[in-house]
Design a protein around this ligand. Structure first.
Ligand code: PEP
Ligand code: MN
Length: 338
């Protein structure tokens, strides 16, 4: 941690900072400039100490961290890229993994037919919301437990892993019984009580980026999931809220390379929620693969005109088929395959 003293701060204020650091068990290094003093606080545990501890002291102008606040998700801690194995499907390996399916499970037939189609076209994981986080309480909330049974049927009949969102602590167990990947939605990225409970599971967990979260906050949230020894964490960039409203969210394509640089965790991209419109999904999906994403989470509906949720951003089967064909040469160009 670096403590910058105010211009002309008297020696006694500098000593106070030094004494406080020593009292907390840290070493210090002083840089006594002609006008400004900088105190470096050294120790392996500075990450656990709030910067406020020093910021509040008289004569302190600013306090900044040298180390990142996240540890377990960092590449410093785990230099090798992690591969998450979802019942035989590897995420973070050479293959780009496509997860596709409806925003919400609407019926057994809708889910099964969509699953068969996306599997035939190259998807290796099926998505389907059972519990939906809706902005309005009057909107369709999902088929809940009935949908979990339908997801489990897809999994057993087609032999394909399924992913669905966990909204709250009380449904973790039942969702874990039916699904292969537990999805934490953007609105829950910093629901720390939920993250702590999920950390106790040994299921792969997909952590979406909160739409107003920085990459650092996102990786620090991932640390909650890794803190109990679950290594099976996948990140998912789904766009952030900016001043731009021509797409539903702004796809932060740069975050993929930032994640790859600073974290060992696999990162996939959800182009559908960023786009908000099916016409924009393919270009975002292609950009994500070109930028090094390990996979995609795409909303596909048999008949988007009749979708109960997110019809406008859902690809129909022919559009999904076209996109899959367009993605293959891009994956190849970056040394991967689909
Ligand atoms: C979803 O994938 O079903 C979803 C609700 O996405 P997000 O949490 O990214 O909004
Ligand atoms: Mn959706």
């Amino acid at each position: 941690m670096i403590v910058e003293m105010s211009r002309g701060a008297p020696r006694q204020q500098v000593d106070h900072v030094v004494d406080r650091a020593h009292a907390l068990g840290f070493e210090v290094q002083l840089n006594l400039g002609t006008e400004k003093t900088v105190v470096a606080i050294l120790g392996s545990d500075t990450g656990k100490t709030s910067t406020d501890v020093f910021a509040v002291l008289p004569g302190v102008e600013s306090v900044s961290r040298v180390m990142k606040p996240y540890k377990l998700a960092s590449r410093e801690f785990h230099p090798q890229s992690s591969i998450v194995n979802v019942n035989g499907v590897e995420i973070g390996g050479k293959k780009v993994v496509i997860m596709a399916g409806p925003c919400a499970v609407e019926s057994e037939q809708q889910l099964m037919e969509t699953a068969k189609a996306v599997k035939r076209l190259g998807a290796s994981i099926v998505r389907g919301g059972a519990f939906k986080p809706r902005t309005s309480p009057f909107s369709f909330q999902g088929l809940e437990k009935k949908a979990l049974k339908m997801l489990a049927k897809v999994k057993s009949d087609l032999g394909i892993p399924v992913i669905t969102e966990v909204l709250d602590i009380q449904n973790i167990e039942i969702i874990a019984k039916h699904a292969d990947i537990l999805q934490v939605g953007a609105r829950n990225m910093q629901n720390f009580a939920l993250l702590k409970e999920l950390a106790k599971m040994r299921h792969p967990i997909l952590l979406k980026r909160g739409f107003s979260a920085t990459v650092t906050e996102w990786l620090t949230a991932a640390d909650y999931l890794l803190a109990e020894g679950n290594q099976q964490v996948i990140l998912c960039e789904r766009g952030i809220r900016t001043f731009e409203d021509s797409t539903r969210f702004s796809m932060d394509i740069g975050s993929i390379s930032v994640i790859k640089r600073f974290s060992h965790l696999p990162v996939i991209v959800d182009p559908s929620h960023a786009a908000g419109h099916f016409a924009y999904v393919p270009s975002i999906a292609k950009a994500a693969i070109a930028a090094g994403a390990d996979g995609l989470l795409i909303e596909v509906h048999l008949n988007p005109e009749e979708a109960l949720v997110d019809g406008l951003q859902s690809l129909n089967i022919p559009n999904f088929e076209r996109l899959m064909a367009e993605l293959r040469p891009i994956a190849k160009a970056v040394g991967r395959s689909i």
